[in-house]
Design a protein around this ligand. Structure first.
Ligand SMILES: *[C@@H]1O[C@H](CO)[C@@H](O)[C@H](O)[C@H]1NC(C)=O
Ligand SMILES: *[C@@H]1O[C@H](CO)[C@@H](O)[C@H](O)[C@H]1NC(C)=O
Ligand SMILES: *[C@@H]1O[C@H](CO)[C@@H](O)[C@H](O)[C@H]1NC(C)=O
Ligand SMILES: *[C@@H]1O[C@H](CO)[C@@H](O)[C@H](O)[C@H]1NC(C)=O
Length: 311
């Protein structure tokens, strides 16, 4: 349900992953304030010409159809990883549109921003993109951030719950249309989906941290399960721990393993596949470049010998 219209400036492109909520907000604020100072919306309208929004707005308002499914994608990352975040944000923005039956919101998730420089720059991102979520936790690797995320989401979005909540990382390329297609025919309850990992012959797979999806009821359960805290089960390898919470409670009966469509990019970067849902281990720009090229993300670029020449 992101805009299918090719926007005419880079700043407009960045709106795509922020999805309908922000679009509606921007459109509303443009209407409200005219030539006011609402950040990106105004910038965008000026560059693209005011009629860009004038034309788009009625369409948006005329078709508020309830989607078949909604998904919140939380990318756990850290304030300092600014350059990576820019790549990931563009990678989401330049994907094929999300099918109209689905609504997908993508958010970058931090714990508390403590450094004043980070805070100033993160504030810019919030104003320009509105896609940042700051949780009440201290930034750390395997020290409860995933728990903080899942246990906060039900409260933060209580007014407009999602069907599914995903956790993924900033070294993961998620192909959103492929994932929502997978989710479309699945139950909306007791779902735990991802790259299944068989831990020492355990009959219950746990889902690898590259990216997994839980249904809203499971996430709500995590937020309320005192047993998780009582066992100190928030600390440790986050994906394993989450599998443990779910398994001990006998939850996640609708469990789906998306192997081989979810995988780690190998050392030689030669195992990319056209039906990819998630590819992980994109730990440097070279690996991002190879992946984005493979999926023809920039194939539609307008050729220009005058303004830019790219090899
Ligand atoms: C995060 O920041 C909030 C607001 O400044 C503060 O109340 C809270 O104690 C902090 N949490 C942690 C875990 O540092
Ligand atoms: C995990 O592996 C064991 C043997 O190693 C096998 O018996 C079991 O069926 C596997 N579990 C799943 C869910 O694939
Ligand atoms: C959990 O951690 C706290 C603080 O480190 C400790 O006092 C408590 O005994 C731990 N509980 C369990 C069940 O391990
Ligand atoms: C990318 O484009 C090429 C050339 O059109 C095509 O052969 C290839 O299948 C495309 N790759 C993917 C992953 O869609």
């Amino acid at each position: 349900m992101t805009s299918t219209k090719a926007p005419s400036s880079t700043s407009c492109l960045l709106l795509a992953p922020v999805a309908v909520l922000l679009l509606v907000f921007l459109v509303a604020s443009l209407n409200r304030s005219g030539a006011g100072s609402d950040g990106l919306g105004v910038l965008c309208a000026r560059r693209a010409g005011a009629d860009h929004y004038a034309v788009a707005a009625p369409e948006k308002e005329a078709a508020p159809a309830e989607p078949e499914l909604s998904l919140l994608v939380g990318i756990l990352t850290m304030p300092k990883l600014r350059e990576r975040r820019d790549i990931v944000r563009l990678a989401y923005a330049l994907q094929p549109p999300v099918p109209s039956y689905a609504r997908v919101d993508v958010r970058f998730v931090f714990c508390n921003v403590t450094d004043p420089v980070d805070a100033a720059l993160v504030a810019l991102e919030i104003m320009a993109h509105g896609d940042i979520l700051v949780l009440d936790c201290a930034e750390n690797m395997n020290d409860g951030k995933t728990y903080a995320y899942f246990s906060s989401v039900p409260r933060l979005f209580a007014g407009a719950p999602y069907d599914y909540v995903m956790k993924t990382d900033d070294d993961t390329y998620l192909r959103v249309p492929a994932l929502v297609e997978e989710l479309r025919g699945k139950p909306r309850e007791d779902v735990y989906l991802g790259y299944g990992f068989n831990m020492s012959g355990d009959p219950m797979l746990f889902m690898h941290g590259m990216g997994y999806v839980m249904s809203w009821d499971l996430v709500s359960w995590v937020a309320s399960a005192e047993e998780i805290l009582a066992r100190n089960d928030t600390v440790g390898p986050e994906d394993l721990m989450l599998g443990k919470w779910v398994n001990l409670a006998g939850k996640g009966k609708n469990r789906y393993d998306l192997k081989p469509r979810m995988y780690d990019l190998n050392w030689n970067m030669d195992n990319l596949r056209p039906d990819t849902v998630v590819v992980h281990m994109l730990k440097d720009n070279r690996r991002w470049a190879t992946t984005l090229r493979y999926f023809n993300v920039t194939a539609g670029i307008e050729p220009s010998n005058k303004l830019y020449r790219l090899p």
